[in-house]
Structures are given as structure tokens and as C-alpha cells.
Design a protein around this ligand. Structure first.
Ligand SMILES: [Zn+2]
Length: 284
């Protein structure tokens, strides 16, 4: 019971949102980044793991400013256990501060992968899943977006170069990194990521790569690799319109055809029945 309670609050604590404030202090983000970033004058290095985490945390806070968490401890624990199971078999089993999975209290099906490993799935998408393997498929796909750095790579290269240049200046040092320019640059970086993962969606290539990776991860984790295809087929048959997951991860005919060609044919393991029963006993 204690572990469940801890997991229930761990995401909120991880986001520094204890006290119930979901707003993001960009000055803090800029300061933390300044402390953790090497003081380099050359503005050419890629974003490092700690910077990726802090940008991801700010993006997660922005998502939580518009969506409530679904705080049921049993469901939160279950989603974290399934998520950790697939993350361990992914190409990036560990991140700077680990993976955190949480359910958003909204009926619109969707899922978001924040840079660094904070992953949200909505109650609507959990309800659309017919079994644990389909839930694992959603989470494996989102873990693949984190591993492929699809969110963090949406930060404009010109903006990141400017962040690094500013971090290296005497002005940034004098003002503890919290100068207005640096805060504005971090806000812009967070905007870039937010627009990709919440508003506009990923490129077709990024979606297809995450699908292919998810199939491999499912297979390695002992789940049915055809579960992603089953869920996407279900999504494609529903007229979801251009919102939610239909917009950010569109289940297009091309995407489905590619996924089908990459999914190994096999019979579901005998544990599938056990997993489905477990899923049904947890589902809201
Ligand atoms: Zn996707």
C-alpha cells in the first residue's frame, strides 16, 4: 500500500509541483540549466541529458496546467509497471531521472511523450485499449519517441545555438543565468517541443520509426507484437476527427500498411489471458 501511495505522488514530486501549482517557473528552468550546463563559449554541442530532462519537465508542467491528473493509485501503479516493463526492453532503458507514467483525466484519447521520459496517457486512450498488450503497445510507442528524441529535436537549432551562446556570456554569469533573454529563449524551446507533441504532432517518418521500434520492444518484453496494429486499426475505424491522438499520432492507411509489413506473425503467448484479466480488473 505504501508503494502505491508513493507512486501516486511521485510524478507530482518529480515535476516539483508539490503544493498544487502546475505553473512553470521559467527563471528556475533557466537557472537549473545554467548550473548543470558546461560553461562553453562554443555554441555547437547537442542538448545534454539533464537539459533534456528540465525542458521535458517544463513541457509536462504545461500539459498539467491544462489537464488534471487521474490520481487513482491502483491505475497509476499499473500503468507505471506496464510502462517500466516496456521501457526496460527499449533502446533507452534509462533516462537522466527515469521514466514516469501518469494518466490524464480526459476522455479524449491521446498520449504525450515529454523529453526525458515523463509520459502521459489519457483515460480515454486507456479505455480504448482492449487488453494489457494494447496498453503496452501505446506506452512502447511513446517510449520510442523519447528514445528517438523526437520531442527534444523539435527545438529550433537556431534557438538552441542562441541558448548556448547566452549561457556562455558574462551577462548570463552576472545575472545567475536568469537574464530576461535566457528566460525567453527557454520559453521558446519549451514552446517548440509543446507545439510538436501536443498541437501539431510528429512527422510521418517519426511516427513510423516509433511504430517499428514499439513492435520490437513489445516482442522483447513478451507482449504480442501485433497489439499496436490491433489498436491502430481500431483507431482508424473510429471517426476521431483532427483532434487528440488522431492529430498528434494519425493512424493513416500508409502508416498501418507499413506497420503490418513489419509486424511478425505469431500466436499470442498463453500468458495473454492472464494479462487481459489483470487489465480488466484494473480498468476504470
Ligand atoms: Zn507517435
Amino acid at each position: 500500500m505504501r508503494r502505491r501511495i508513493l507512486l501516486g505522488v511521485c510524478l507530482v514530486a518529480a515535476l516539483g509541483l508539490v503544493g498544487g501549482c502546475a505553473g512553470m517557473d521559467y527563471t528556475s528552468v533557466a537557472n537549473i540549466a545554467l548550473k548543470t550546463a558546461p560553461k562553453v563559449a562554443a555554441a555547437s554541442r547537442p542538448i545534454n541529458d539533464s537539459e533534456e530532462y528540465y525542458v521535458g519537465r517544463a513541457v509536462a508542467a504545461r500539459i498539467l496546467s491544462a489537464n488534471r491528473l487521474y490520481t487513482d493509485p491502483q491505475l497509476t501503479l499499473y500503468v507505471n509497471e506496464v510502462g517500466e516493463t516496456v521501457a526496460r526492453k527499449s533502446p533507452m532503458p534509462n533516462t537522466y531521472k527515469g521514466y514516469h507514467f501518469a494518466v490524464l483525466d480526459t476522455s479524449e484519447p491521446n498520449a504525450f511523450a515529454c523529453p526525458g521520459g515523463i509520459i502521459f496517457v489519457t483515460k480515454g486512450l486507456v479505455l480504448m485499449c482492449g487488453n494489457e498488450d494494447e496498453l503496452a503497445a501505446v506506452l512502447a510507442h511513446e517510449v520510442a519517441h523519447v528514445a528517438n528524441k523526437d520531442g527534444i529535436n523539435s527545438i529550433s537549432k537556431a534557438r538552441w545555438t542562441e541558448v548556448l551562446t547566452t549561457l556562455g556570456t558574462e551577462t548570463a554569469k552576472q545575472y545567475g543565468g536568469a537574464g530576461g533573454q535566457l528566460v525567453t529563449l527557454f520559453e521558446g524551446s519549451i514552446d517548440d517541443v509543446f507545439k510538436t507533441i501536443v498541437v501539431n504532432g510528429y512527422s510521418r517518418g517519426a511516427e513510423e520509426a516509433a511504430d517499428a521500434q514499439a513492435v520490437k520492444t513489445l516482442q522483447k518484453a513478451g507482449y504480442d507484437p501485433a497489439a499496436l496494429e490491433a489498436l491502430l486499426t481500431k483507431m482508424a475505424s473510429k471517426s476521431g476527427g483532427a483532434t487528440g491522438i488522431y492529430k498528434t499520432h494519425p493512424p493513416t492507411a500508409d502508416r498501418l500498411a507499413k506497420l503490418k509489413s513489419e509486424t511478425p506473425k505469431g500466436t499470442p503467448g498463453k500468458m495473454e489471458e492472464v494479462r487481459t484479466k489483470r487489465f480488466q480488473s484494473i480498468k476504470m
